[in-house]
Design a protein around this ligand. Structure first.
Ligand code: ADP
Ligand code: MG
Length: 253
C-alpha cells in the first residue's frame, strides 16, 4: 500500500511577518523518495519554510507545488494529499495516554471521523486503527509506554509520539521539525534507522529540520542550508560540509 513518492517544491517563496522577512525568495525542490535535511542557525526560517510548505500559513509571495500542482488551500487538504508533519513545539494532548494520542492521528486523517470515534460507531474500524497505532508505536520504539500518560514522558519521547501519530496518515511525504531534540544517543540511532526504513521500505519522502549534525549527516541524502531567511547552500552532505559559506555561517561555530 505504498503511495507514489511525492514531490514538493517551493518556488521563490518570501514570507514576511509584519516588518520581518522570515524567508526571502527561497526556491527548494525536495527530492522524492529521499531523506532531506533542512539546517541552519536558530531564526533562519526553517520552521517558517515548513509552515509554508504545509500551508499552515500562505507565503507572502512565491508559490508551493505538490506533485506539480499548486498547494491546496487548507491544511486538512494538505493532509489528504499525503503530507504529514510534526511541529517544533510538541502538540499532544497531555492528559491522554500515548496510544490515544496516536489514534487521534488516525481520526484526524479522515478514516473514521472524530464523531464516530467519540461515540464508538464503528468498532471494526477502531480495531484496525488501534492495530495500526501499535505498529507505529513499535516503529518509534514506544510500544512499552502505549498506556502511559503523555505528561509523564520526557520531551524527547513525546516528539517520537508525534512521529508515530504522523505515520497514522500513511503519508507519502513526512516533515519532522527537530525530531531528535531531547533524545538520548540510542534513541537518535533508532530515529535514524526509522527514517531510513521509511525511505527504503515505505518509499516515503522525508524532510527533517535538525540541529544534530551527526544525525543529519548520517542519514540525509540531500541538504538545504538556510541562513537569515535565504538559501545559503544545497547539495549532498559532503558538498555542504565543504561549502565555505556554510562553514562560515554555521558549521564552523
Ligand atoms: P527557525 O525554525 O529556523 O529557528 P523560524 O522559522 O521559527 O526559524 O523563525 C524565523 C524568523 O521568523 C524568526 O525571526 C522568528 O522570530 C520569526 N517568526 C517565525 N514565526 C513567526 C510568527 N508566527 N510571527 C512572527 N514572527 C515569526
Ligand atoms: Mg524552528
Amino acid at each position: 500500500q505504498k503511495r507514489p513518492a511525492a514531490s514538493l517544491e517551493a518556488d521563490n517563496v518570501t514570507k514576511k511577518f509584519g516588518g520581518l522577512t522570515a524567508l526571502s525568495e527561497v526556491s527548494a525542490a525536495i527530492p522524492s523518495g529521499a531523506i532531506t535535511g533542512l539546517i541552519g542557525p536558530n531564526g533562519a526560517g526553517k520552521s517558517t519554510l515548513f509552515n509554508v510548505l504545509t500551508h499552515v500559513f500562505p507565503a507572502t509571495s512565491g508559490s508551493v507545488t505538490l506533485n506539480g500542482k499548486p498547494l491546496p488551500l487548507t491544511s486538512q487538504e494538505v493532509v489528504r494529499q499525503g503530507i504529514a508533519r510534526t511541529f517544533q513545539h510538541v502538540q499532544l494532548v497531555q492528559e491522554l495516554d500515548v496510544l490515544q494520542n496516536v489514534l487521534i492521528g488516525g481520526y484526524i486523517n479522515g478514516k473514521s471521523g472524530l464523531f464516530s470515534a467519540a461515540f464508538g460507531l464503528d468498532k471494526a474500524e477502531e480495531a484496525t486503527l488501534t492495530r495500526e497505532a501499535l505498529i507505529a508505536l513499535k516503529r518509534v520504539g514506544l510500544l512499552d509506554v502505549a498506556h502511559t500518560k503523555v505528561s509523564e514522558l520526557p520531551l524527547g519521547s513525546q516528539r517520537l509520539v508525534e512521529v508515530a501519530r504522523a505515520l497514522m496518515a500513511r503519508p507519502s511525504l513526512l516533515l519532522l521539525d527537530e525530531p531528535a531534540a531531547g533524545l538520548r544517543a540510542p534513541e537518535k540511532e533508532r530515529l535514524s534507522r526509522l527514517l531510513q526504513s521509511l525511505r527504503d521500505e515505505d518509499g516515503m519522502t522525508v524532510l527533517i529540520v535538525e540541529h544534530d549534525m551527526e544525525l543529519v549527516m548520517g542519514c540525509a541524502d540531500y541538504l538545504f542550508v538556510l541562513n537569515f531567511g535565504t538559501l545559503l547552500a544545497q547539495g549532498s552532505p559532503t558538498e555542504v560540509q565543504c561549502n565555505p559559506d556554510v562553514i562560515n555561517a554555521y558549521l564552523g561555530t
